[in-house]
Design a protein around this ligand. Structure first.
Ligand code: NAD
Ligand code: NAI
Ligand code: ISE
Length: 337
């Protein structure tokens, strides 16, 4: 049986996911889409050479009898509404990160899913599906570097647009680290502080860039994450784990080494689409397979909530300059594996 997908939001990642669902992955096809920019949606389908119904509104996609499962790839502030609507319709939903703009919004999704009685939500945290992060986690869980003591991380984008603001460095960008570092260390955050270095001349008035976020975890691990979204030179994700017996580092994406013009170098990627292309394929294939098998197993609404609890504390710390507590409630048994 082919799983019929409806996609809400046909922007950058919406188009990427439509392409991969129809042309790369097995067992699914996109039959309906919507975008607040209807003409943009039509043009995207034409460019991708895909024949699907175009609706005016995401709710029409969710409620279409032709649609078995939904992908939410629209702007961050729309995620909560569409995910709640998919749960109300009893349809599985893959929602891009963040699950909602606040922990309160994520909690409404968690509560609705628990009331429904069965998992319907997978959050688009793709890094736990990335081969490099998986290898790094294995080194840690195999005990090869002893207990982790410190993590040094960086999340750098080449540039961002005028509509990207200081808070989005947390809710839209750091949210990946908030999820993956929790998964990597099997730990929860205890406190957070945000420090603002000298501001780059390449940013604009509504974005303080770069930022440094400092965490202490429940086990006492210290984590520093540099967020620098106008770093100019490329798209660069770094993660170094310092343990009692050694250091393990996230592998660099493979690239040809070149000697030319009296220089030795490797190209650096510039776009998240390429950096995590395989992880996106694996996460969505897992979603398709799990929906067909009747049991979702990927990043859950609870994982989305946990990341947003930490994000809320980071936002508070951005404004206060103080060390803020991250108060994570206990996980409901519904989300136990
Ligand atoms: P984008 O601005 O290119 O696309 C967003 C699209 O959503 C636009 O086409 C817009 O018209 C549409 N939209 C907005 N409101 C809508 C509504 N009510 N109904 C239907 N469509 C609506 O942005 P993007 O880069 O594609 O990001 C989209 C989402 O994907 C964001 O939430 C972002 O956080 C997430 N994202 C995730 C990753 C990742 O690495 N997992 C990477 C990029 C983006
Ligand atoms: P696992 O299933 O043994 O889980 C590890 C722990 O991490 C669990 O306690 C779980 O609650 C937690 N966790 C899972 N996703 C999380 C997230 N997004 N954020 C924070 N915590 C999270 O781990 P496994 O098999 O190593 O899988 C890890 C992730 O990778 C899961 O999301 C899984 O669905 C996915 N994955 C699994 C594959 C597989 O073949 N099993 C292949 C590719 C990805
Ligand atoms: C974007 O939405 C993503 O999710 C990318 O992975 C991240 O690097 C970027 O900062 C976000 O804007």
């Amino acid at each position: 049986m082919t799983l019929k997908l409806g996609v809400i939001g046909t922007g950058a990642i919406g188009q990427e996911h439509i392409r991969r669902c129809n042309n790369v992955l097995q067992g699914a096809k996109v039959v309906a889409v919507s975008d607040i920019n209807v003409e943009g949606a039509r043009a995207a389908l034409q460019r991708l050479n895909i024949d699907a119904e175009v609706y005016q509104d995401g709710h029409q996609v969710i409620n279409s009898p032709e649609v078995d499962a939904v992908l939410v790839t629209s702007w961050d502030p729309t995620h909560e509404e569409f995910t709640l609507a998919a749960i109300a319709a009893g349809k599985p939903v893959f929602c891009e990160k963040p699950l909602a703009l606040s922990a309160e919004g994520c909690r409404r999704i968690v509560d609705a899913e628990i009331k429904h009685g069965k998992r319907l939500v997978q959050v688009g945290f793709m890094r736990p599906y990335d081969a490099g992060y998986r290898a790094l986690k294995k080194v840690i869980t195999d005990g090869e570097i002893g207990e982790p003591l410190m993590l040094h991380c960086a999340h750098r984008n080449q540039s961002v647009g005028e509509n990207y603001t200081t808070d989005m460095a947390i809710t839209n960008t750091l949210i990946h680290e908030l999820d993956v570092l929790r998964w990597l260390t099997e730990d929860d955050y205890k406190t957070v502080q945000v420090v603002f270095p000298r501001v780059t001349s390449k940013t604009h008035a509504k974005l303080k860039d770069p930022q440094i976020v400092l965490f202490e975890t429940q086990k006492g691990i210290r984590i520093d994450v540099e967020i620098f979204v106008n770093c100019a030179y490329g798209y660069d994700i770094q993660c170094e784990v310092v343990g009692e017996e050694g250091i393990a580092k996230l592998p660099e994406p493979s690239a040809i080494q070149m000697r030319k013009n009296a220089r030795l170098g490797n190209a650096i990627l510039t776009d998240w689409k390429d950096r995590f292309i395989e992880a996106y394929d694996v996460e969505l294939q897992a979603f398709i397979n799990d929906v067909k098998a009747g049991q979702l197993t990927g990043p859950s609404a609870w994982d989305g909530f946990a990341a947003s609890v930490a994000a809320d504390a980071c936002l508070k710390a951005q404004n206060s300059g103080a060390i803020e507590a991250v108060e994570m409630p206990p996980r409901p048994t519904f989300y136990n594996k």
